[in-house]
Design a protein around this ligand. Structure first.
Ligand SMILES: [Zn+2]
Length: 196
């Protein structure tokens, strides 16, 4: 009885209700209080204010300043591990904001040296992947997740020289130079508009 009440209260919690619904529908084996609370506690400690599913193009998620956004397709395109990887990666950015401030992304782009931006951007993303994959490995062991831990997307980009990021970086830098992006809020909104 208590278990059902707690699960119902998680479904009723607006922040997590979509995730609870996805787990219940697609991964019923993991629809249990202990697993969900473990994941949500970790998200809660990062300072995420809300979580929304939206239709994104060319992005799996965005750590927007007022909500963590996941692409709707993340819940159907891969395994539970893949879904959690994207969720935990975006959550990791909020841990970074807590530690380094919300301007880290803007500070990186506000630089004349493109290669330097590639390097710093990849460092932030790889650190987020490292933290996310660490939590995911822990969840996999503890709850016997029957899926493979994905390979770090950004480690792949780094290994291939980071060239796939250059046109994106140049687009953002141009907007900063033109005065259209003056702070992190404007940067996040601009990136959001690119992919939504
Ligand atoms: Zn990221």
């Amino acid at each position: 009885m208590k278990l059902i009440e707690t699960l119902n209260s998680l479904v009723g919690d607006e922040k997590y209700s979509e995730i609870v619904k996805i787990i219940k529908k697609k991964y019923p084996k993991f629809y249990n209080e202990e697993f969900l609370e473990d994941v949500f506690d970790w998200i809660e400690k990062s300072g995420v204010k809300s979580i929304k599913f939206e239709n994104l193009t060319d992005a799996m998620g965005i750590a927007h300043y007022n909500r963590l956004i996941l692409d709707e397709k993340t819940s159907t395109m891969g395994s539970l591990c893949f879904f959690l990887y994207v969720l935990l990666h975006e959550t990791s950015h909020y841990y970074q904001f807590k530690k380094h401030g919300e301007d880290i992304e803007y500070d990186i782009f506000n630089n004349d040296d493109t290669q330097e931006i590639v390097k710093n951007l990849l460092n932030v993303e790889i650190a987020a992947d490292r933290l996310a994959l660490m939590k995911l490995r822990q969840l996999k062991t503890k709850y016997n997740l029957n899926c493979n831990i994905p390979f770090s997307v950004y480690k792949n980009i780094k290994d291939s020289g980071g060239s796939s990021l250059i046109s994106y970086i140049e687009t953002v830098r141009k907007e900063i130079k033109n005065g259209n992006i003056k702070n992190n809020i404007e940067l996040v909104d601009f990136v959001y508009n690119l992919v939504s």
